[in-house]
Design a protein around this ligand. Structure first.
Ligand SMILES: [Mg+2]
Length: 162
């Protein structure tokens, strides 16, 4: 895994669709992890710093709805985009209420996918920056009237991401 590429995780049980998206994103310089089961997606996300996950709704085993919930719970900054086939738009809408960034209907145009990936990654970066700014503001306030040791402890907390 390289640090300068955006890491995308795709989980879909349709092998052709999975491989086609993987190839199309890889030639555009994304780092792609492609798996065919929700359980494997959870595992892949635990072992790799995924920026955005593309999650199919209908899969054998763990369904997309459940996969989404676990990914969002375990990875604060990860954005999840739901992939949905015909007839499951209702659950895709529910997924957005459960924290998915957006849903895309399959098959989707590459331009549309890239646009959605751009928005999702922008959201991730902005959320992270916003929290960091809030923490720094908090630190500036804390620094007034506290000892160097107390400030060091506070800095350590921020560094550890508490
Ligand atoms: Mg499927």
């Amino acid at each position: 895994m390289t640090d300068d590429k955006i890491n995308i995780l795709i989980v879909d049980d349709e092998e052709q669709f999975l491989n086609s998206i993987k190839k199309r994103l890889e030639v555009r310089d994304f780092n792609v992890f492609a798996v065919d089961r929700g359980e494997k997606a959870i595992e892949a996300a635990r072992n790799n710093a995924i920026d955005i996950a593309l999650v199919d709704l209908k899969m054998p085993g763990m369904r997309g709805e459940e996969t989404l919930k676990i990914l969002k719970k375990e990875h604060q900054w990860m954005e999840v985009v739901i992939l949905t086939g015909h007839g499951s738009v209702d659950s895709a809408v529910e997924c957005v209420q459960d924290g998915a960034h957006k849903y895309l209907q399959k098959p989707c145009e590459l331009d549309t996918l890239l646009e959605v990936l751009k928005d999702a990654y922008e959201k991730k970066v902005m959320n992270k920056q916003k929290l960091e700014k809030e923490k720094m503001d908090e630190l500036m306030k804390f620094a007034q009237g506290n000892s160097p040791l107390e400030i060091l402890r506070k800095l350590k907390e921020i560094d550890k991401g508490k």
